[in-house]
Write a protein that binds this ligand. Structure first.
Ligand code: SF4
Length: 730
């Protein structure tokens, strides 16, 4: 609609995975405001937007937006025409490919881009550049969840809906999630349901706001999640509280699970995790005896060197209690970005899967894509983004830890028999940093110079590349290392689809013009593909979706005609144009040939990892705050966000602050083996006396100067959540 040049777009929030809908008002390049959509039209948003959705749009018309292509020369950036910039990219990528081979190039895509743009980014990598190395930021957040859910239930996705299931369940177990700040509207639904009588159990090292509403909060020691989850299962089995009918009829390998959790007595759990016996058994009984229960988790569970073990354990618990495959229950990994489910996973910008989680080593799948694209996609599993920075020649080995360190030692939970579910084949096959030399990278909308663990190492790696292209809204820390920077359009300037945390595919629509010469990621990739000899002729994002639904069975029935008619979108799997979509998964069968879910038992060690030392006695954990988002490149350009939280900080318990002579609000130094930062002290009791917290959103006081390169061996997710540090007054 246009009135006095005011443009109103029914669109989807650009921030978290809840996917709230609202009207965005714009005029020219200027954002005028946000009005929440009619609740009837938007299942994910019965209440309102949160503060980011309502006030978080300053970044769109910020003076700092990139408006022309930039080329680096003699250490300075100069403006360039699109023709010159694209020619430079084509020449350099071609030179590198000719000299070192296609597998010396890598592409990283972004959950901040639409589904169509992510589809094109992986197609650009696989068809145009013919490299297997394509990945994206989902590697950093829920890759361990995806690896675990693919093994146990079949799809690496949330099984249920926000409103009808999470909003109406009888019981919650929430762990490793700062739900109130990271997924605010979802948290509002949970709190309202708790006020109406649902039980809420929260296990977490930090007592965050969601725990204020809990019937039971238990403080855990960081990094010990598999232990208390196994302890809960031990107690539930011993007391005969599990859902025997469900376990018999809908699962396999129960005996393995029983044997594995048998040693995890409540007493042992108390010793390892600090959770008292009575709290563990009470929580286990509350969960197991609930008719319906939602298991909600986020990065506190996943970002560990044993992140896949943790996610396996929570999936095992939900299956044991029969809380999957029915309404008001389910496994709910809360996804962080508005399109991390779709753009980050479904569209296939991941090294082991083509779109729709189709295996890159499957000949039938490769035949199908070759028929469509005229080029056979590479059939080997490429590097994960966390491995790419160790594959650049001339970059020193990682400072601490190794790629694929298994924190607990011993055997990692394996597929076992082939029938025990599909594991993530990326884990053990294909390329590794040791057998790969990367010379060129093409980064769409990601900021690894701030988001990678041990960013000293990431910076060194980016600087060592022969050629780097960054497609971005702003001159980020990563873009500063680029040879060519391309100005990209924001979500408020384009048409496309995004897929929220409950697998709901929704439209985004433009409300403003892009500044200067900025272009959509799709338009840029199409122009480059053309110069490299591939005649992509997509007239619109709808045409890209037609190719997606043709090649991607779970999106088979998703079309723009349907989405334009159906404001609440479609939830995948949506097999064909007559299929209504799938509100919750596994009602009749799990996603395996025999329809049965798999218990994949998960072992854990008897101590947290890494163990604090005399030199580094604190455990540092990282995370988000309500007013900012991820590396902050958008929210740090927002008045509302910066007024509320203008700079980084470290949260420290009053006892520890007192002992070290640290006063609230004064600057302190936090130091790990990797580096040090100076931030303000925020003295409060959120965590225990041995645990510190620093948010992830800031350049000054960037927490990833402290974190180290240690990865889950299965998913290659970094262990952001446990770093040994010390803290001292300046
Ligand atoms: Fe946006 Fe998430 Fe807030 Fe909804 S809850 S308005 S999707 S940031």
């Amino acid at each position: 609609a246009r009135k006095r040049n005011i443009r109103v777009a029914d669109t989807t929030c650009t921030y978290c995975g809840v996917g709230c809908r609202f009207e965005l008002y714009g005029r020219g390049e200027e954002v005028l405001g946000v009005r929440p959509a009619d609740p009837d039209q938007t299942p994910a948003n019965d209440f309102s937007t949160c503060v980011k959705g309502k006030f978080g749009y300053d970044y769109v018309d910020s003076d700092e937006r990139l408006t022309t292509p930039l080329i680096e020369e003699d250490g300075e950036f100069r403006e360039a025409s699109w023709d010159e910039a694209l020619d430079r990219i084509v020449d350099r990528l071609t030179d590198i490919r000719d000299e070192y081979g296609a597998d010396s190039l890598a592409v990283t895509s972004s959950s901040k881009a639409t589904n169509e743009e992510n589809f094109l980014a992986q197609k650009f990598a696989r068809q145009v550049l013919e490299t297997p190395h394509v990945d994206n930021c989902t590697r950093l957040c829920h890759s361990s969840t995806v690896a675990a859910l693919k093994q146990t239930v079949g799809y690496g996705a949330m099984t249920n809906r926000i409103n009808e299931d999470i909003g109406e369940t009888d019981c919650y177990l929430i762990t490793g999630s700062n739900t109130t700040e990271s997924h605010p509207v979802l948290a509002t639904r949970i709190v309202q349901n708790v006020r109406d009588g649902a039980d809420l159990v929260v296990f977490d090292p930090r007592k965050m706001t969601i725990a204020d509403h809990a019937d039971q909060y238990s403080r855990t020691k960081p990094g010990t999640d598999t232990v208390w989850l196994n302890g809960m299962m031990h107690h539930i089995i011993e007391e005969g509280l599990y859902d025997e009918g469900f376990v018999d009829e809908r699962t396999k390998h129960f005996d393995d699970l029983k044997d594995t959790v048998e040693p995890y007595t409540p007493e042992r759990v108390e010793e390892v995790t600090d959770v008292p016996v009575a709290e563990l058994t009470n929580a286990a009984e509350t969960i197991a005896t609930a008719d319906t229960c939602v298991y909600g988790w986020a990065m506190g569970l996943t970002q560990h060197a044993h992140g896949t073990r943790n996610a396996l354990a929570i999936a095992n618990l939900a299956l044991l209690c029969g809380h999957v495959g029915k309404p008001k229950s389910g496994l709910s990994p809360f996804r962080g970005q508005n399109n991390v489910q779709g753009g980050g996973g479904d569209m296939g910008p991941i090294p082991n899967n083509l779109p729709g989680y189709q295996d890159v080593t499957d000949d039938d799948v490769l035949d199908k894509f070759e028929d469509s694209w005229g080029v056979r996609p590479p059939d080997e599993v490429g590097l994960r983004v966390t491995e790419m920075f160790s594959a650049i020649p001339g970059v020193e080995e990682t400072v601490e830890g190794e790629q694929g360190t298994d924190a607990y030692g011993g055997d990692y939970p394996e597929d076992g028999e082939a029938e025990r579910g599909t594991d993530d084949p990326a884990a053990d096959e294909g390329y590794s940093p040791e057998n790969t030399d990367l010379h060129g990278m093409y980064i769409v909308g990601e900021n690894p110079a701030q988001s990678e663990p041990d960013i000293q190492h990431a910076e060194e790696a980016l600087a060592a590349l022969d050629f780097l292209v960054v497609q971005e809204l702003f001159m980020t820390e990563t873009a500063k290392h680029a040879d060519v920077v391309l100005p990209a359009a924001s979500m408020a300037e384009k048409y496309g689809t995004v897929t929220n945390t409950e697998r709901r595919i929704q439209l985004v629509r433009p409300a403003v013009e892009s500044p200067g010469e900025a272009q959509t990621d799709a338009a840029i990739l199409q122009a480059l593909a053309g110069r490299l000899g591939f005649d992509w002729d997509y007239e619109s994002p709808a045409a890209v979706m037609d190719e997606i639904n043709d090649l991607t069975p779970i999106y088979g029935g998703v079309t723009y005609d349907r989405l334009e008619e159906k404001e609440d979108g479609l939830q995948w799997p949506c097999w064909d144009e007559d299929h209504p979509g799938t509100p919750y998964l596994y009602e009749d069968a799990f996603n395996f040939d025999d329809g049965l879910a798999r218990f994949v038992p998960s072992e854990a060690a008897d101590e947290m990892h890494p163990v604090p030392t005399e030199e580094y006695p604190f455990t540092l954990t990282t995370g988000r705050v309500l007013y900012h988002w991820h590396t902050g490149s958008m929210t740090r350009r927002g008045n509302a966000s910066m007024k509320q939280v203008p700079e980084s900080f470290v949260t420290i318990h009053p006892e520890a602050a007192d002992r070290l002579g640290i006063a609230d609000d004064e600057y302190v130094r936090v130091e790990s083996r990797q580096g040090d930062i100076v931030v303000r002290a925020n003295v409060e009791e959120t965590s225990g006396p041995d645990v510190l917290f620093v948010p992830m959103h800031f350049i000054h006081g960037a927490v990833n100067r402290l974190t180290k390169e240690e990865f889950d061996p299965r998913s290659k997710i970094p262990a952001y959540k446990v770093t040994n540090v010390r803290v001292e007054p300046l």
